[in-house]
Design a protein around this ligand. Structure first.
Ligand code: DGY
Length: 315
């Protein structure tokens, strides 16, 4: 039997797996195996599948849940707290990469990068045509950011480089952000009606689940572009499909969906006014490395019974 501390882990990037050499890694897909659950001293999680109280109750040695990501909507933090199991995440390190990706999707949608790429590779591209794929100008447009947290702020900074007017909606008004970044608060309804681009950068919570549904999509401009970098559950998938088919909005650019991934052959995937990425918000080299390092810091502290450096508090 290995003398390394056994941990249950899921989704560790192969290129960085050596960082966990001090541990015996029990694959999460054995989670139904009672023996693995009983032996594991930690859960190293990133979103799939969820960790609820029932799972925790099957893990008598569980000392810490270390999530390698910032979003913890898949972990029942209250259930962990009740069981004296601290939950850690990786805040901060992915703000820039997720904001970069918000802009990557925004630009891709606005300037027809994906359909342009396919066209430019195909037989139909025989000559330059000035009437081809006229996109939406980003510079000088109005961007509405839903969720003026750490990532939202980074998105606002990037928008300043594009001379955009930036509106934001948040649970509460953030006057510091207004002063520092020149952003203006709007109600959600106002933001949706005024924005050329709407970027969702909020966490998934009971308040934000289904926040963008049919009524909200109807409020948006018919040439607006919606970028979802939050979680799929923030947007009502069926309502989004209808809004795209009926051209209530111009384009959706999604890094996340509900469900995720969408079942192959899903009707949303047939639409050409959709740009979609496979949850790449934090997927950059330096960010992944930092996320894993923070995950290990939380893991080491939790296994030692010390306070976690990046602990998630139960609301
Ligand atoms: C996060 O950190 O929550 C990102 O979505 C990556 O999982």
């Amino acid at each position: 039997m290995s003398e390394k501390t056994p941990i249950m882990a899921d989704g560790l990037p192969q290129a960085l797996i050596h960082l966990f050499d001090d541990y015996e890694i029990l694959q999460w897909d054995t989670a139904d195996g009672a023996e693995a659950l009983e032996r594991a001293h930690a859960l190293v999680s990133y979103g799939h599948p969820g960790a609820d109280g029932a799972l925790m109750d099957r893990m008598p040695n569980l000392k810490v849940i270390s999530n390698h990501g910032v979003g913890v909507d898949h972990i029942d933090v209250a259930a962990a707290t009740e069981r004296n199991v601290p939950v850690g995440n990786t805040p901060g390190c992915l703000n820039a990469s997720t904001a970069d990706m918000t802009f990557a999707l925004l630009m891709a949608a606005a300037r027809n990068i994906v359909i342009g790429d396919h066209f430019a590779r195909g037989p139909e591209f025989t000559h330059y045509d000035p009437s081809l794929m006229i996109g939406k100008e980003v510079t000088g447009s109005t961007l509405g950011i839903v969720g003026m947290g750490r990532i939202g702020r980074e998105v606002a900074k990037r928008a300043a480089g594009f001379d955009m007017q930036v509106l934001y909606h948040n649970r509460s008004r953030d006057e510091a952000a207004e002063d520092e970044l020149g952003v203006s608060y709007r109600t959600l309804e106002e933001l949706l009606a005024e924005s050329d681009f709407v970027a969702l950068n909020c966490p998934l919570t009971p308040e934000t689940t289904g926040m963008i549904g049919a009524a909200e999509l109807e409020r948006m401009k018919s040439d607006a572009i919606l970028v979802n970098m939050a979680r799929g559950g923030v947007v009502d998938t069926d309502a989004l499909y209808d809004a795209l088919v009926n051209k209530q909005i111009a384009i959706a650019a999604l890094d996340v969906t509900e469900p995720e991934p969408l079942p192959r052959g899903h009707r949303l995937l047939e639409l050409d006014n959709l740009v979609i990425a496979p949850h790449l918000g934090s997927a950059s080299d330096r960010t992944r490395q930092k996320m894993m390092e923070m995950t290990i810091e939380n893991l080491v502290a939790g296994l030692a019974g010390d306070p976690l450096p990046y602990q998630v508090r139960s609301n």
